[in-house]
Design a protein around this ligand. Structure first.
Ligand SMILES: [Zn+2]
Length: 427
């Protein structure tokens, strides 16, 4: 029976293909010879072996203490320092800034937007960033991309997204939004709509911002009743809320309603920062956007003069707020408000942001933590990511010097692994 035989052969071939693929996916990889940095400030593991099986770290320890199975792929990491994949908590993969960029992308379709975001997601991995939080993108392309990456249809970092940011009429971001929401009822409905679409965060904009002319940077644009209603609605679903805020007053009102995180914090004063510390409210500084390192970037994209001026004047207060936040011991998670890989002062926005934290008063270890374990805690994902430990996802980066001695080590990324798969190897 010819047909049966052909049929059998096809079934056999499919079986073989699946077996080969499975073997490939689950082959062990041993990263050997590198120094594993300790995020708690203890001594590093020198001449380490990190054994990766499938997507996770199967074992980690000094050479000799970890058995390397026969057939494991070995990656020689001698002379490097191994740290967890970096995390960037303020990224808009579809970001469009005023000026030339806005003009060029004025008629961008949603399909083109999704593809542009997918390209940025691939570049994000190249910068050593294996997890990002998206506080506001459009058309839910972010959620589609997140699902595509999770299914292995696209390459990119782990994504935690807030879907579309909730803007109010005339407020920051309102002109770029398809819809604005006014009053507690509309904001509650809007929050639930994002949650229903798959958002893991809700982003609200409670004061003005740099990039749009909607309201003063330090004005309380959203009413206390609106702020309270939207935070309450999100928390009922176990979803956290982050607020774009430059204003101490707006921030203080939102903390009273249980706000989880503040973005930027341009004009935060000491009493507000003390209140954040007391409540455990997080700060994602995005300091790089208001500081001199990014000036050439904004000029290159043709930012209008009003924007450059607004940015420079906010930059002075923003820097002071960051210094005070570090002094007060506020929880800080790294975020850039630029693409993680955006070229910046000879490196990436992510590495430059971490360097600014040290310049503003953090130790290099604190800055490294703000880009690894601290964001994992912010995301409530510290059991899965954020440090190199047995059982966690194998999100691993190698750099060429000790980042706890000099944070500039993050400028030179030599190896990027996410979920056990190598995306970059310059070893
Ligand atoms: Zn932003």
């Amino acid at each position: 029976m010819l047909i049966t035989r052909v049929h059998f052969n096809i079934v056999f071939l499919i079986f073989l293909a699946i077996s080969v693929q499975a073997a490939d996916t689950f082959a062990a990889t041993a990263i050997v010879g590198g120094t594993v940095v300790d995020l708690e400030g203890k001594a590093p593991i020198e001449n380490a072996v990190i054994l990766v099986e499938g997507e996770r770290i199967a074992a980690i320890g000094a050479a000799g203490s970890v058995a390397i199975p026969d057939g494991a792929i070995q990656v020689d990491a001698k002379g490097t320092w191994l740290i967890p994949g970096l995390m960037n908590m303020h990224v808009h993969l579809g970001l469009i800034l005023p000026g030339k960029m806005a003009a060029e992308l004025a008629n961008e379709s949603e399909a083109a937007l999704a593809l542009r975001m997918a390209a940025s997601a691939r570049e994000t991995l190249q910068a050593g960033v294996t997890t990002i939080r998206l506080p506001g993108d459009t058309a839910h392309a972010d959620l589609a991309l997140m699902r595509a990456i999770n299914k292995g249809q696209a390459d990119g970092p782990r994504i935690f997204s807030s879907g579309e940011a909730l803007t109010i009429t005339a407020g920051h971001g309102s002109k770029g939004s398809k819809r604005n929401y006014d009053g507690p009822d509309e904001l509650v409905k809007a929050a639930r709509t994002q949650i229903s679409a798959g958002a893991k965060w809700i982003k609200i904009l409670i004061s003005g911002g740099i990039a749009t002319a909607g309201g003063d940077l330090d004005a309380v644009l959203m009413t206390p009743a609106e702020i309270h209603a939207v935070i309450d609605a999100a928390h009922r679903f176990g979803v956290k809320v982050t607020a774009h805020s430059g204003s101490p007053t707006a921030t203080s009102i939102a903390i009273d309603s249980g706000l989880d995180c503040v973005e930027h914090g341009y004009f935060l004063d000491r009493p507000t920062l003390k209140k954040m510390k007391e409540h455990g409210t997080w700060l994602v500084p995005t300091i790089v956007v208001s500081q001199p390192a990014t000036e050439p970037f904004f000029k290159a994209i043709g930012s209008p003069p009003w924007y450059l001026e607004r940015r420079n004047s906010a930059g002075i207060a923003h820097w002071k707020a960051l210094q005070m936040a570090i002094e007060e011991g506020v929880n800080i998670a790294l975020g850039t408000d630029q693409l993680p890989h955006e070229p910046n002062d000879g490196t990436t926005a992510t590495a430059r942001e971490a360097q600014y934290y040290v310049e503003a008063g953090m130790t290099p270890l604190q800055a490294l933590r703000s880009a690894t374990i601290e964001p994992a805690v912010l995301l409530e994902a510290e059991d899965e990511i954020g440090s190199l430990e047995e059982g966690k996802y194998a999100d691993i980066v190698a750099v060429d010097k000790d980042p706890t001695e000099d944070i500039k080590a993050l400028r030179n990324i030599l190896l990027v692994m996410k979920g056990g798969k190598v995306y970059r190897n310059n070893l």
